[in-house]
Design a protein around this ligand. Structure first.
Ligand code: CP
Ligand code: NVA
Length: 304
């Protein structure tokens, strides 16, 4: 579909103002309560493009878009010409003539930017090697349902300072909450993110000792030790063993602290089953909230 307006993309948390993010979250919570217009995206089509595997992102976008009254086309890897040398830009130009909104899961952030520049419809980031903003919108929704305003939170990320962690950092900088990152020096946030933390005066601190970092926090967050784009699994396992979330580590946080994980989890690696299946775990709500948060994002992008 073509239009003359600049599309409302959702590419990264820190591309947006807090007011815009709050509007998306508000829409999400409203729709989760069963309020709002019936089928606001009737007649609209969402294209999902996956250059990496997915369970939650794929299913939550598909089901969410259908609940909004829209249609979905899911395109993966080598089944489209993008996987055989057609450029991202040309793919974006062509898809913009057929669909109303595009979600892309890819490797390099530059590819997402290229798609957004060439597309005449909104583009949503469904994860890159360095960010996962739709996940963090679901995480904020989940945190606030359980614990109240995110602005008042003290959270600890433990493990690999990966793509999900980087998007959490951007949320911390924007919403103003405190974030402690416990990670080995080899797997610390990127220089670009460290510079951003400094420039924005974000309340984000880097720790080597997980026990100090988790003391008294409201939420402990972790993720896999080996992301989809990582090739050095053995090295990462050795470096990250001290950063596992287990009952002892949960016991150092506030009594009512929650455990968060974007999933998929690798049980007994980054988190023990006792924690992920335990009473403080919020992970299944997080997974459900992917769908609600994305419904807020989809309707915001399409201004419906
Ligand atoms: N959390 C998340 O994005 O999961 P999938 O890789 O299954 O989409
Ligand atoms: N850090 C993980 C997140 C998966 C949703 C990865 O990139 O593989």
């Amino acid at each position: 579909m073509t239009n003359n307006k600049t599309p409302r993309h959702f590419l990264d948390i820190h591309d947006h103002s807090v007011a815009e993010l709050r509007e998306m979250l508000g829409r999400a919570a409203f729709m989760k309560r069963g309020q709002g217009a019936e089928r606001p995206l009737l007649g609209k089509t969402l294209a999902l493009i996956f250059e990496k595997p997915s369970t939650r992102t794929r299913v939550s976008f598909e089901v969410g878009m259908r609940q909004l009254g829209g249609e979905v086309i899911c395109l993966t890897g080598k089944e489209i010409q993008l996987g055989h040398g057609e450029t991202i830009g040309d793919t974006a130009r062509v898809l913009s003539r057929y669909v109303d909104i595009i979600m892309l899961r890819t490797d390099h952030e530059a590819k997402l930017q290229e798609m957004a520049e060439a597309a005449t419809v909104p583009v949503i980031n469904g994860l890159t090697d360095s960010s996962h903003p739709v996940q963090i919108m679901a995480d904020i929704l989940t945190y606030e349902e359980r614990k109240g305003p995110i602005e008042e939170a003290v959270v600890c990320w433990t493990g690999d300072a990966n793509n999900v962690c980087e998007s959490w950092v951007h949320a911390a900088g924007l919403f103003g909450f405190e974030m402690r990152i416990a990670c080995p020096p080899e797997l610390t946030p990127s220089q670009q993110t460290l510079d951003w933390i400094k420039e924005k005066g974000a309340r984000v601190s880097i720790h080597r000792d997980v026990e100090t970092a988790v003391a008294g926090v409201d939420a402990i967050i972790t993720d896999t030790w080996v992301s989809m784009h990582n090739k050095d699994a053995h090295r990462r396992h050795n470096l990250l063993k001290p950063y596992q979330v287990n009952d002892r580590i949960m016991g150092l946080a506030k009594k009512d602290a929650i455990f968060m994980h974007c999933l998929p989890a690798h049980r007994e690696e980054e988190v023990t089953s006792s924690v992920i299946d335990g009473p403080q775990s919020a992970v299944w709500d997080e997974a459900e909230n992917r769908m609600h948060a994305q419904k807020g994002i989809l309707t915001w992008c399409l201004n419906r």
